[in-house]
Design a protein. Structure first.
Length: 129
């Protein structure tokens, strides 16, 4: 009778451990077949020791006259907003590609820009009519 009780106890513990392990194991799409008419989506989660995130800056838009322009310092002011430009800034005048030298104070301009962590406004697009 003791052997039977010992075997029953070991069996219960084994089944209990298996049930706990089954609950902590992530499910795969093979565990549960998709029902007809619906699609199943499997998501794989991985954990790494270091996590890097890239934040995207929100783009702002300004419209107004070009008040100041300095091509050597790569700066311009549209309305009251000071903007920095670089080689990634797309500049157009009358719908055609232009350079900083093609722009002049008093031109009507629309600019799209982002602000970096240092507070500088970087122009992405400058369009002059």
């Amino acid at each position: 009778m003791r052997k039977f009780s010992a075997i029953a106890l070991v069996s219960c513990l084994t089944l209990g451990a298996t049930a706990v392990l089954a609950q902590t194991t992530p499910s795969t799409s093979m565990d549960k077949p998709a029902t007809s008419g619906t699609m199943s989506k499997t998501t794989k989660t991985t954990t790494t020791a270091t996590k890097t995130t890239k934040t995207t800056a929100k783009a702002h838009k300004v419209t107004g006259d070009i008040a100041k322009i300095d091509c050597t310092a790569n700066t311009l002011t549209v309305g009251t907003t000071d903007l920095n430009t670089n080689d990634k800034t797309h500049v157009t005048k009358a719908g055609k590609k232009a350079t900083c030298a093609d722009l002049k104070a008093g031109d009507k301009a629309t600019a799209s820009y982002t602000t970096d962590k240092d507070g500088k406004n970087w122009a992405k697009y400058v369009s002059v009519k």
